[in-house]
Structure formats: structure tokens, C-alpha cells
Design a protein around this ligand. Structure first.
Ligand code: FES
Length: 271
């Protein structure tokens, strides 16, 4: 059995000896509970949608759900493979967007905001400010496996590529019934989702460091300083974009699924 390191964590020397787990009397448990329920529900939805491989494309209007983009298998329905089909048929349960989904998942999993959220809500480490965690020791992100969180910057690069792919999918959604130009409610929903995804991606802490970090004098780098200012404004709202994009991804996917299944008709503005 691994030895418990009592030099760190809540029982470390120098920490106040308080027998109660917390002295807080407010509902400190509510936020981690809501986070736990929402993340679990989102993961379940994403898992079901990517594994079932149904109703992910609306051929008439070129709508492709981000959960199946890019569709890279010969199993993909005609028209949905915007970047070709380098792979053969996928067996059941294998996601059609196998090339990008692992990177997107790891991008979010290693995101500084999500780390805080799931460390609190799933691992209770700690569940809230001024509430002792149940674990006897604490090593932070200094050891395996959590030290791997430090590769977040590389998943950011991958996420930029995926956002470009999503942007291309959005351009493909300007497709009308007769094969020409068209705009529908689905086009607007896909577009809004892409804008929000860019706001989340470019507001990344790693992006902020890439754009404006390691400079001694902003005055000598006016372009980077300007860009750093834009990224910083997105970064201030990173938590909000993290949540909103979870919702916009589900809303976009659900809308496309409903139109594709014939449950609802797309509201058309042009063609
Ligand atoms: Fe959240 Fe990079 S810190 S995406």
C-alpha cells in the first residue's frame, strides 16, 4: 500500500487543527453538486450521440453536427465527409469523428477552468473553499498522472485546427434545397456555435501566454500587445464560455438530429 504523505494536505504541520470538516454554514455543496450533475449529463449525451451514429447530417442543407465532424469513414452518409474518407467502414460504436474527438475531449479535460470544476465536483479535492478534502495527502499536479495536465498547450493547437474544421462545416451549411445558396435556422445555430467555440478556444490561458507571454516590453511588440488584449477579454469570461459551449454543442447537435430524423422541419429564410 502506498505510504501516505502527511507533510502536505489538510493534516500537514502548521495547518490549523480543526476537527470539523468545515465551519461554513452556507450551501457550499450546491455548486459542486450542480457541476457534477451537468458534466455527467453532458458526457452521457455525447457518448450516446457519438456511439449511435444516427441522424448527424441533413443532406438537403449541408448541416453536419460537430459531434461527427470531420466524418472520416466510408460509413458516413453521402455528402457528410467534407474532408474525404481516409478510413473504411467503422464498426458500431466507433465515433465517426475519431480523428478529432479524443483531442477535443483532452483539450477540455486539461483546461484550467474544467480542472478546477471537476477536481472539486468529482474528486472533492477540495469540494469548496474552506472545506477540507477527504484525501489524506495532496501532491497537486506534480506527479503522474496529473502532471500530464501540463501538455494542455498542445491540445490547444489541436483545438484550433478543429475550430477551423467547424468553421468550414459552417460554410457548408449555406446550402439550399435546389443545391444553391440557402440559409435556414440551422445555419444560424451552427454559426452561433462556431463563434462561441472560437471564443472559448481563443480565451484559453495557454493562448494568452502564447500571444503575450515571455515579453519584457509590450511597447516593443504593439501587435502582440493588441492581440493579448483581445485574448485577455475572452479569457476573463473563459468559465462562462466553457459552460455556454457545452450547451451550444448540445443545442446544435439536437437541432440537426431532430431535422435529420424528420421530427421537425428546418425554418428556411433563403431557399
Ligand atoms: Fe481552458 Fe485552455 S485554459 S481551454
Amino acid at each position: 500500500m502506498a505510504e501516505v504523505d502527511t507533510s502536505r494536505g489538510v493534516s500537514a504541520p502548521g495547518r490549523a487543527r480543526i476537527s470539523a470538516r468545515t465551519l461554513r454554514e452556507d450551501r457550499w455543496w450546491l455548486q459542486p453538486l450542480v457541476t457534477f450533475v451537468c458534466f455527467s449529463a453532458w458526457l452521457l449525451y455525447g457518448l450516446v450521440r457519438t456511439a449511435t451514429q444516427r441522424n448527424y447530417y441533413v443532406e438537403d442543407y449541408g448541416y453536419l453536427t460537430p459531434f461527427a465532424s470531420p466524418c472520416v469513414s466510408t460509413s458516413c452518409v453521402p455528402g457528410s465527409s467534407h474532408f474525404g474518407t481516409p478510413f473504411g467502414d467503422f464498426p458500431p460504436l466507433v465515433p465517426l469523428a475519431i480523428l478529432t474527438l479524443p483531442f477535443l475531449l483532452l483539450f477540455r479535460l486539461t483546461c484550467y477552468y474544467y480542472r478546477k470544476a471537476y477536481y472539486r465536483s468529482f474528486w472533492l479535492s477540495p469540494p469548496a473553499c474552506a472545506v477540507a478534502e477527504p484525501h489524506a495527502s495532496y501532491s497537486g499536479e506534480t506527479r503522474f498522472p496529473l502532471i500530464v495536465q501540463n501538455v494542455h498547450r498542445y491540445f490547444f493547437y489541436a483545438a484550433v485546427v478543429v475550430s477551423l474544421i467547424n468553421t468550414y462545416d459552417f460554410l457548408q451549411a449555406f446550402h439550399g434545397r435546389d443545391g444553391g445558396f440557402g440559409i435556414g435556422l440551422g445555419t444560424l445555430i451552427i454559426g452561433a456555435n462556431v463563434v462561441l467555440l472560437w471564443c472559448y478556444t481563443l480565451g484559453c490561458h495557454s493562448c494568452r501566454n502564447i500571444v503575450g507571454g515571455r515579453l519584457n516590453h509590450f511597447s516593443r511588440h504593439p501587435v502582440r500587445y493588441r492581440m493579448w488584449g483581445w485574448v485577455s477579454r475572452l479569457n476573463e469570461r473563459h468559465m462562462q464560455f466553457a459552460w455556454v459551449t457545452l450547451g451550444s454543442l448540445v443545442a446544435t447537435d439536437a437541432y440537426i438530429a431532430l431535422v435529420s430524423a424528420g421530427v421537425i422541419s428546418d425554418l428556411r429564410f433563403v431557399n
